[in-house]
Design a protein around this ligand. Structure first.
Ligand code: 0X9
Ligand code: ZN
Length: 303
């Protein structure tokens, strides 16, 4: 029932995560990262080959924006390879890190894209005459500042009435707070535009360890391109696309000093946009996986 030839529903993804926990009882733990307005769980898995949790952690989340289906398909592709790849190099990288995968962090919205409106982006909690907050504008760092979001509940980038007004972001942020000190490398997958974006979204200034993180991303982008020729642009969020505040990445980076944090805007550059055909899932997964492995090598200088 699960493959990378088609896009899957929330139930299919959650059943697959539960199935992994049953098939790999030593390595895979099902984790509840939070809850949603409509009463669903935000389910993820922890993958660890180290009984003493001594490994550095890689975090991968996706589908904070409901319509960006390739993002969820790519994170499950990578999760599957972390568990089952027989490539020696990938096995070494997989087993020498701990991993958190949260393929669907906006489950109500994702379900809605399958049942009712394929291009829905936000959560599903009503505000006056409109529904939903942009969960990637609702986190508590620079919340609703600098013109990086909207006060209009009908806008697709509505920040919500206050930071963490949504149960999805408040519960998931509590979960992330508990593991943040172990996170060395953070990814949040979006689509589309073929970009590797670096913090922060409120300013074009290059803050914290920007230059170092940029070098790693450039190496990651060049190894991504080697797989299928797909070209990515690397840069600061505000410089590369637009000012955007209240994202999960910026909140994590600012509060926990996670050394390497990237938002990927996956395929394509607008030909299909959010409606990327399913026959691009596997190539997108292949190239994205390679870029992550390269980032790990660059960060840790190991072969
Ligand atoms: O606007 C957004 O939230 C993201 N672009 S999208 O078209 N996928 O909606 C980019 C925001 C930058 N990413 C993060 N700060 N995570
Ligand atoms: Zn997005």
């Amino acid at each position: 029932y699960f493959d990378w030839e088609s896009y899957h529903t929330l139930d299919e993804i959650y059943d697959w995560l539960k199935d992994l926990a049953a098939r790999f009882p030593k390595e895979v733990t099902l984790v509840k990262g939070g809850t949603t307005y409509e009463g669903r769980d935000i389910l993820g898995v922890k993958v660890s080959y180290s009984p003493d949790n001594a490994n550095k952690t890689v975090w991968i989340d996706s589908l904070i924006h409901a319509r960006e289906w390739i993002a969820g398909a790519t994170s499950t592709y990578i999760l599957n390879k972390v568990l089952t790849s027989t490539d020696r190099f990938i096995r070494k990288m997989a087993e020498s890190h701990d991993w958190y995968f949260f393929p669907v962090i906006n489950p109500d919205g994702y379900e809605y894209t399958h049942t009712t409106d394929r291009l829905w982006r936000k959560t599903r909690k009503p505000y006056s005459i409109c529904i939903g907050t942009d969960p990637n504008r609702n986190w508590g760092y620079k919340w609703n500042e600098d013109g990086g979001s909207s006060d209009n509940p009908c806008a697709d980038d509505y920040a919500g009435p206050n930071a963490f007004s949504e149960v999805e972001t408040s519960t998931l942020s509590q979960f992330m707070s508990g593991v943040a000190k172990d996170i060395m490398l953070f990814y949040t997958f979006h689509s589309y535009s073929q970009l590797i974006l670096l913090p922060y979204g409120h300013t074009t200034e290059h803050l914290d360890n920007y230059d170092d993180a940029y070098q790693v991303a450039m190496e990651a982008a060049s190894s991504l391109e080697e797989v299928h020729g797909t070209q990515y642009t690397v840069g600061n969020i505000a410089e590369t696309i637009y000012v955007a505040t209240g994202s999960n990445m910026d909140w994590l980076k600012a509060n926990y000093h996670v050394p390497y944090a990237y938002a990927y805007e996956l395929r394509d550059t607008g030909n299909y946009g959010f409606l990327l055909p399913a026959d691009q899932i596997i190539p997108t997964g292949e190239e994205t996986l390679d870029s992550i492995m390269t980032a790990l090598v660059e960060i840790e200088n190991v072969i």
